[in-house]
Write a protein that binds this ligand. Sequence first.
Ligand code: NAP
Length: 247
Amino acid sequence: MPRDRILILGGTRDAREIANALVESGRTVVTSIAGVTAQPLLPAGEVRIGGFGGVSGLKSYIESSQIALVIDATHPFAARMSAQAFEACRDCGVLLLRFSRAPWLAGEGDRWTVAAFAAEAASILPPGARVLLTSGRKDLDPFFARTDVWGLARMIEEPPLSPPCNWTILRERPPFTILGERALMSRNAITHLVTKNAGGSATEAKLQAARELGIPVVMIARPAKPEVASFGTLDTLMVVVEGVLSP
Ligand code: NAP
């Protein structure tokens, strides 16, 4: 079997778009997703679901599946998978590229406080705050430990732990609109928005809504990932992939 398959590490809309474009251009693609979402949206091409079993598992997969190129298109906060991909590709001598959407930047009228991690973000909230928390289902503990705030925690899947009575879970899947976000914040008298700096347009509306309503934002900064060649648009990534894989 020729070594010509592309492994996309996915779990994001970006990964689906990359897979769809590569399949369209005639490439053989397998997208890997972690399997944490109950009804994931699937891309074109082959899909495999579930962890690899750490670096050694990923190395075995790369070798046995004739992978010629790995594209890390995981979420900017999926730091462990990116680190494992870096190690596995280095050890296997396989090229690793990353798709990384641009982070959000504070604009005029924004009132951002940047936190390095979730616990710091939770500690920044003043007593009595009414919080919209959109950081997903991980790292909820420091927020749920805040008994002196009221909170609405939005996520796609059920949280791994039950919320205390001062927190409500809102299960919704992006994209969201500015109108909808503004209505949600107004209806719940939100005083603080807490979010991870995911970047991208699908969940950006909340920032515009917060800006319009004058609501302060606690922005959790992205975790560090290993240095690899990174691309922020589908077009540039496609050009590089064609250049790398064309004979
Ligand atoms: P993580 O902490 O970086 O990784 C945890 C473990 O999940 C990894 O060690 C790996 O297990 C497995 N895993 C992660 N991504 C995988 C993939 N694409 N294919 C196969 N296994 C994968 O990741 P996470 O933050 O829990 O995110 C899990 C998935 O959800 C990722 O695919 C990510 O793109 C997506 N996602 C994450 C966020 C977020 O905020 N973190 C938001 C939206 C989507 P093994 O060690 O067994 O290989």
